[in-house]
Design a protein around this ligand. Structure first.
Ligand SMILES: N[C@@H](CCC(=O)N[C@@H](CS)C(=O)NCC(=O)O)C(=O)O
Length: 211
């Protein structure tokens, strides 16, 4: 049994998608980010970083979206979201999830939260401009990869890595150059958004934009 502490459209989204794709029993707890609930003493006991998601696995709390995603994918192998540890594609799966989590997601964190590291607006604008270039360079490389080796990150079939990628592509929707400006990524996004898990997540999280 899982409990996911989430906020609509936030980093919890890829974990929520994994729960829906696997059909794993779960309950959701909405965290009011605008109201600062992520910094409440109760929540900090679960996740001392004060962010979503937090995933309870049989009652024990764990943080980091990519970790939750991988945990669910590995624990429900019948869903086909994770190649077996000794499968040929496992190294590529590890690579993509860690690349997205270590390189692309932190750039987005700075895009959305430049005040994390800079108090003044001029420096914040400089940071946003720099990470915007980093994000666009990532789209260029990922589009090239999908064009040559797609239609999904691991080839023929979607995996947990794609659940993370589609979340990050969505986050770019209001940027000056959204990911959908790359035709390969636009086609990929359409395919992923056709999945029942995406539609279910939108209904449950109450999302409308970029449906
Ligand atoms: N590396 C973390 C990042 C999580 C993160 O930055 N979550 C954001 C939402 S996308 C958040 O909780 N923001 C609220 C805040 O920082 O106060 C993870 O993957 O879980």
């Amino acid at each position: 049994m899982y409990t996911l502490y989430y906020s609509p459209g936030a980093a919890s989204m890829c974990v929520h998608l994994a729960l829906l794709e696997t059909g794993a029993a779960h309950e959701l707890k909405l965290v009011d980010l605008a109201g600062g609930q992520q910094r409440s003493p109760e929540y900090l006991k679960l996740n001392p970083n004060g962010v979503v998601p937090t995933l309870l696995v049989d009652g024990a709390p764990f943080y980091e979206a990519a970790a939750g995603l991988m945990t669910i994918a590995d624990r429900h192998p019948q869903a086909g979201l994770a190649p077996a540890p000794d499968a040929a594609q496992r190294a590529a799966w590890n690579q993509w999830i860690l690349h997205l989590a270590n390189t692309v997601q932190p750039a987005f964190r700075l895009w959305f939260y430049p005040h994390d590291i800079a108090p003044d607006e001029v420096t914040q604008a400089t940071i946003k401009n720099a990470v915007r270039r980093k994000i666009e360079a990532a789209w260029e490389r990922i589009a090239t990869h999908l064009g040559a080796h797609g239609p999904y990150l691991l080839g023929d079939a979607p995996s947990a890595a794609d659940l993370m990628l589609i979340m990050l592509l969505r986050w770019s929707r209001n940027m000056p150059k959204p990911a959908t400006e790359w035709p390969v990524l636009a086609a990929y996004a359409s395919r992923m958004r056709d999945r029942p898990s995406w539609k279910k997540l939108y209904a449950v999280e109450g999302l409308t934009e970029w449906a």
